[in-house]
Design a protein around this ligand. Structure first.
Ligand code: ATP
Ligand code: MG
Length: 257
């Protein structure tokens, strides 16, 4: 059984079909890339999968359960965690604190325990703190742990976002253009991190414009254009696909075409 099944998913904004009847599966442990020109509907697809808004029609199944229209926090609790296209950090908190916040889903607590700080809670706080340090090591930010997040160079902020998402211990991680704005060296570091996430057993869906990155690390690729899935296959199949080549080189089509 696939970990994620998207079936005939359609998202309409007024007269615009941002996603139109999109279907695909993601197997457990896989690294799938979603590519397509600007405005193709990639982020909308993530918004629907992660419960940001319900689809106009169609369904989303995660781990055998129907999560169509379920709110984001519920979807995240089920193990489906995303990052955003634009950096969204708590700028005035430290790097480590940003990661600690990410573990919110997997910790328990409340007003009572916050006031009386029972033994299990102190232990939990220690675990959260150690877990955050470990994740910072994993993405190569261990030396910046105590720095204020907005003092990090942009490329490292993106790595921090990945670390924060990992703190929620996702089974499926959705990354929306994590390499946007990164230089070659930073992109390589990110590619290495994503590959290690997948090898660690986490399933990944990656939206990305950087073709060399996609071709290097993705096992399978779904291509969107004007809200529709126009191709799906291995990197080699996608590179040679005539509709994909047309979508990337044509650029003269209109939404109605
Ligand atoms: N909340 C919204 N309300 C209205 N229209 C929207 C909304 N979100 C997206 N759209 C429209 O849906 C279409 C697809 O947008 P989307 O952001 O999903 O594309 P994308 O593939 O992520 O593009 P990019 O590569 O530029 O990030 C666009 O025409 C966009 O303007
Ligand atoms: Mg987008």
């Amino acid at each position: 059984m696939a970990l994620l099944s998207v079936r005939e998913e359609t998202m309409r904004f007024g007269g615009l079909f941002a996603n139109q009847s999109i279907s695909f599966d993601v197997e457990e442990g896989e690294l799938l890339a979603v590519i397509g020109p600007n405005g193709a509907g990639k982020t909308t697809l993530f918004n629907v999968i992660s419960g940001f808004f319900p689809p106009t029609s169609g369904s989303i199944q995660f781990d055998g359960k129907d999560i169509t229209g379920a709110p984001s926090h519920q979807v995240a609790s089920a193990g489906l965690v995303r990052t955003y296209q634009l950096v969204q950090l708590f700028k005035h908190l430290t790097v480590a604190e940003n990661v600690e916040i990410g573990s919110h889903r997997v910790t328990r607590g409340g007003v009572f325990s916050a006031l009386f700080r029972p033994e299990w809670m102190r232990k939990q706080e220690k675990n959260v703190c150690e877990g955050a340090r470990e994740l910072l090591r994993f993405v190569g930010l261990e030396h910046q742990a105590d720095l204020q997040a907005d003092k990090l160079p942009y490329g490292r902020q993106r790595l921090l976002e990945v670390a924060r998402a990992l703190a929620a211990k996702p089974r499926l991680l959705l990354l929306d253009e994590p390499a946007a704005g990164l230089n070659t060296q930073e992109t390589e570091a990110l590619a290495d991190v994503i590959t290690r996430i997948q090898r660690g057993g986490t399933t990944v869906i990656l939206i990305e414009h950087d073709m060399s990155l996609v071709m290097k690390i993705a096992q399978r690729i779904v291509v969107l254009d004007f809200g529709k899935k126009i191709a799906e296959g291995t990197p080699d199949e996608i590179k040679a696909h005539p509709d994909v080549i047309a979508a990337y080189l044509g650029g003269t089509e209109t939404v109605d075409a």
